[in-house]
Design a protein around this ligand. Structure first.
Ligand code: DX5
Ligand code: ZN
Length: 217
C-alpha cells in the first residue's frame, strides 16, 4: 500500500494554476475540485480549465466532481486527459454506466461518498472502481476541520477493499494535515488529498514530504 499525496489546487492561486502545479513536483497527483453551485454551495472550475491544466503539467490530474448529473459530464473529463475521474454516489443516477465509461476512456474511475453516506451499500460496485474517496469534511470548501467521525468508515472500507483483493485505492479528502493524516493512514487510507496543508504552507514541497512521512509512519 504505497502512500500517495494529491494536493488540492482549491487552495492554490487560481490566477497562476500552471505555476502552482509546478510548485509541487513531488506530488503524485494534482487534485482538481470541480464544483457547480448545485451539488455543493460553491463554484470553482470546469472542463476548459481542466483541458488547459492537462497541457500545462505532466502531473496527472485527479478530478473530483462535486456536481449534479456526473453521468452527463464525467466522461468528458476523462476525454480531456484526466488520469482519474471521481463521481459522487449521491449525485450519480447511473453510476455503473458512468464508471465503465470513465474506464473505457482510459482514466481511473473513482466513487466518492459524503461523510454521512454509508459504504456498505456500495460493496457490489467495488469491481467497477479504481479508487474509493471518503470525504472527511462536508464537500464544498477547503480549510474545514477534519471529521474524526468518518474514521470508523475508513476502517470498514479498508476491510471491504481487502476482501475484494486490495486493488482499490482508498482516498481521504478534507482537513487532512500533518496532525490528522496519521489517523487516516492508520485507519487504512493510502491516497491523501491536502489543500490548505500544502498550498497554505510557505514551502509546499516540504509540506508534501512531511505529510508523506507522517502517513508512512
Ligand atoms: C472540499 C474539497 C477538498 C478541499 C480540501 O470539498 O473536496 O478537496 O480542497 O481542502 P483542505 O485540505 O483544505 O481541507
Ligand atoms: Zn476534493
Amino acid at each position: 500500500m504505497a502512500v500517495q499525496i494529491s494536493p488540492s489546487i482549491l487552495a492554490a492561486d487560481f490566477a497562476r494554476l500552471a505555476d502552482e502545479a509546478a510548485a509541487v513536483p513531488n506530488a503524485d497527483w494534482l487534485h482538481v475540485d470541480v464544483m457547480d453551485y448545485h451539488f455543493v454551495p460553491n463554484l470553482t472550475l470546469g472542463l476548459p480549465v481542466v483541458e488547459a491544466l492537462c497541457k500545462a503539467t505532466a502531473t496527472p490530474l485527479d478530478c473530483h466532481l462535486m456536481i449534479e448529473d456526473p453521468d452527463r459530464w464525467a466522461p468528458q473529463y476523462a476525454e480531456a486527459g484526466a488520469g482519474s475521474v471521481t463521481i459522487h454516489a449521491e449525485a450519480a443516477k447511473a453510476p455503473i454506466r458512468t464508471l465503465r465509461e470513465i474506464r473505457s476512456l482510459g482514466a481511473r474511475a473513482g466513487l466518492a461518498l459524503n461523510p454521512a453516506t454509508a459504504v456498505e451499500p456500495y460493496e457490489d460496485l467495488l469491481g467497477e472502481i479504481d479508487m474509493l474517496l471518503l470525504m472527511t469534511v462536508e464537500p464544498g470548501f477547503g480549510g474545514q476541520k477534519f471529521l474524526d467521525v468518518v474514521l470508523p468508515k475508513v476502517r470498514r472500507a479498508r476491510a471491504l477493499i481487502e476482501r475484494h483483493g486490495g486493488r482499490i485505492w482508498l482516498q481521504v479528502d478534507g482537513g487532512v494535515d500533518a496532525e490528522t493524516i496519521g489517523r487516516c493512514a492508520e485507519a487504512g487510507a493510502d491516497v491523501f488529498v491536502a489543500g490548505s496543508a500544502v498550498y497554505g504552507a510557505s514551502d509546499p514541497v516540504a509540506a508534501i514530504d512531511r505529510l508523506r512521512a507522517a502517513a508512512t509512519r
